[in-house]
Design a protein around this ligand. Structure first.
Ligand SMILES: [Zn+2]
Length: 193
């Protein structure tokens, strides 16, 4: 229940199907090594007109600019398909949502999830870090030790970091504190039996 704000494609590489119902599609790829071939095949066989934009070395500003330009020509039934590492995908998705795209009009294919964007709630600094949920990392600006919380901000396009051991935030239980008390402990509990 507490996990609903993080889509599964942000936690592991995953592809949503392109779907045949789009009237038009824009495929944005941020990946250096692979192309979104499966999507292009799906769109081609469904006769969906589509453009492919390669943005593998684009900065966050360039990604936002591209999404903004393409939104100007977007029409009803248009779909935005985002392919690549999760940080770039989240940047493009946040820009698209800000410009009025709906969740259902944005499809995602993540190819890597090791580097994530993290937003420090204490100083509003956003930065990239190689880490996972529950890890503790220092904020790149204010130095606060941040716990990466299980929440993905749609508008920021980033995970949220809260001060480690802050009284206002319930501390995470150690995995061995109570039998099955931690979600990950439960997931692995059956293996030894
Ligand atoms: Zn900070």
């Amino acid at each position: 229940m507490a996990h609903t704000s993080v889509p599964s494609w942000a936690l592991r590489p995953q592809r949503q199907p392109a779907g045949p119902e789009a009237a038009r599609a824009w495929v944005l790829t941020f990946d250096r090594e692979s192309a979104p071939e499966t999507w292009i095949r799906e769109l081609t066989s469904a006769d969906v007109p589509h453009d492919v934009l390669r943005l593998s070395d684009a900065s966050a500003e360039e990604i936002t600019d591209s999404v903004t330009r393409l939104t100007a020509e977007a029409t009803v039934g248009g779909r935005l398909l985002l392919h690549g590492p999760v940080a770039e995908v989240l940047t493009a998705r946040a820009a698209a949502l800000d410009l009025g795209f709906l969740d259902g009009e944005i499809l995602v294919w993540t190819t890597a999830v090791e580097t994530i964007p993290l937003f420090c709630v204490h100083c509003q600094h956003q930065f990239l870090v190689q880490a996972r949920i529950d890890d503790v990392v220092p904020c790149g600006a204010c130095g606060t030790e941040l716990v990466i919380y299980y929440h993905l901000s749609r508008r920021q396009g980033s995970f949220m970091g809260f001060k480690h051991n802050a009284e206002a935030w319930p501390p995470h239980k150690p995995a061995d504190s109570t039998p099955g008390g931690h979600p990950r402990a439960r997931m692995t509990a059956g293996v030894a039996a």
